[in-house]
Design a protein around this ligand. Structure first.
Ligand code: NAD
Length: 433
């Protein structure tokens, strides 16, 4: 950094080292603070980077299928736009909070900078339980949420994508609602769309593919190759199921997978195509033959080489970190590991490849989708996958180099890399003038 100072860092929102917090924003800020201190970040820049640009709360009144009127609450947080438009998913979940959305938006800022793509960070969420809503209720929520945020979304302003509880269909509704108001079709306002509506080849698989590539790059640091690895995956949605499939196809042994109802385990390796077919048919892992049942807690502590938490936040905490047997953790979910767990894992010598690097394949191909929509020219899947691999491998090396140079964990190194890029561009732009 050009401006090195002895910063007096405020601690609002931060938690003391060695503490578990259920609040993802505090978890994010504690890592941010540490990385900023290691970088010797100018205190003024520190203040700029820690504050979201804008936070919006919307109320979403909906006529339910039974005629009742219900009001849902939604959020959109635009964290930083120093390097480009905001980018970040929309989450539908009953546990959505403003602090969670705020943390997820900041993670997007650092993530986009770690993989060096020209986006800032944003995130949105609606407090709802998608499993208890009909398709048409979800469509109405999506359309009203989008209409309320019409002025904030836009290809040059803030570009949503899917996250937990949302999918390509949801993105098609966002795109259509935005286009109705804009009076013309604007495919580049959202990514993760269906292929026929300006989606990118390879987008659905991108986060899982990126995780597989990171597993491949990380394995040699523990004297392994991906083919030798026994992998356990928590969460069997878009990220977890595809990461399991990609790693299986790359020759690794997937020994356990789970969803919210629990998991299945076979130390000799699960037949992943058969598990996927079973899940597709039953929407549950239960009853899969050729495996024994295990709980989510047991899955995290199971004997394996690589653990991929791909469900939600705060799964690996001060309570269970010491029981984890994996040599490497590759974070598919955002924020699955608390900073107290980080400390315990570091002491045990577990290599933790953090979310803002490991699961960045999704946003990277979202960037490709945005580029293709704006150019009106679409790439072959092999081109998408090749470019994704280039970026994931380069980013892994950049983070590894930072970790070695500053003698810090991969997590703090990734934060340092992301923060230093955003800080640099903030200074060059003079964004504080
Ligand atoms: P999803 O809704 O498709 O799947 C979530 C999965 O996690 C489901 O199988 C669900 O049953 C399971 N799950 C939920 N709560 C659980 C719990 N308490 N214990 C165990 N399993 C649980 O969501 P997704 O898109 O796969 O996202 C998963 C995580 O990955 C989220 O943290 C998300 O922010 C992150 N992420 C997603 C993408 C993407 O491209 N979809 C990209 C980057 C990061």
């Amino acid at each position: 950094m050009d401006q090195v100072a002895e910063p007096q860092f405020p601690t609002i929102g931060s938690i003391p080292l060695g503490t578990d917090s259920a609040n993802p924003f505090e978890e994010m800020m504690s890592r941010f603070d540490l990385a900023a201190q290691k970088l010797g970040l100018d205190p003024g820049l520190y203040k700029v980077l820690r504050e979201p640009v804008r936070e919006t709360k919307v109320s979403i009144p909906i006529a339910m299928d039974d005629g009742r009127i219900e009001v849902f609450i939604g959020y959109r947080v635009l964290h930083n736009i120093a390097r480009g438009p905001g980018k970040g998913g929309i989450r539908y979940d009953k546990n959505v909070t403003l602090d969670e959305v705020r943390a997820l938006a900041a993670w997007m800022t650092w993530k986009c900078a770690v993989v060096n793509i020209p986006f800032g960070g944003a995130k949105g969420g609606v407090i709802c339980d998608p499993a208890s809503l009909s398709r048409s209720e979800i469509e109405r929520i999506t359309r009203r949420y989008t209409a309320e945020l019409m002025d904030q979304f836009g290809p040059e302003k803030d570009v949503p994508a899917p996250d937990m509880g949302t999918n390509p269909q949801t993105m098609a509704w966002v795109m259509d609602t935005y286009s109705m108001h804009a009076r013309h079709t604007v495919t580049s306002v959202v990514t993760g769309k269906p292929l026929s509506l300006g989606g990118s080849r390879g987008r659905v698989e991108a986060t899982g593919r990126g995780l597989m590539l990171i597993c491949r790059e990380a394995a040699p640091l523990k004297g392994l190759t991906l083919k030798d690895c026994r992998i356990a995956v928590q969460g069997f949605g878009n990220v977890g199921s595809i990461a399991a499939r990609m790693c299986h196809e790359a020759g690794a042994k997937i020994i356990a997978v789970s969803d919210i109802q629990g998991g299945i385990h076979n130390p000799a390796g699960l037949d992943i195509p058969a598990v996927l077919a079973h899940y597709e048919k039953n929407r549950s892992l239960r009853g899969f033959s050729g495996a024994s049942a295990l709980s989510n807690a047991e899955l995290l502590e199971t004997e394996c080489d690589i653990l991929i938490p791909a469900a939600n936040e705060n799964q690996i905490t001060g309570k269970n970190a010491s029981k984890i047997k994996a040599k490497i953790i590759v974070e598919g979910a955002n924020g699955p590991t608390t900073q107290r767990a980080d400390q315990a894992l570091n002491e045990k010598g577990v290599l933790v490849v953090p979310d803002i690097l490991a699961n960045a394949g999704g946003v990277t191909v979202s960037y490709f989708e945005w580029v293709q929509d704006r150019a009106g020219f679409f790439w072959r899947e092999s081109e998408v996958n090749e470019r994704l691999e280039d970026i994931m491998v380069q980013s892994f090396r950049d983070v590894a180099e930072m970790a070695a140079k500053y003698k810090v964990s991969f997590r703090i190194a990734a934060y340092m890399l992301g923060i230093s890029r955003v800080a640099h561009d903030t200074m060059v732009r003079g964004l504080y003038a």
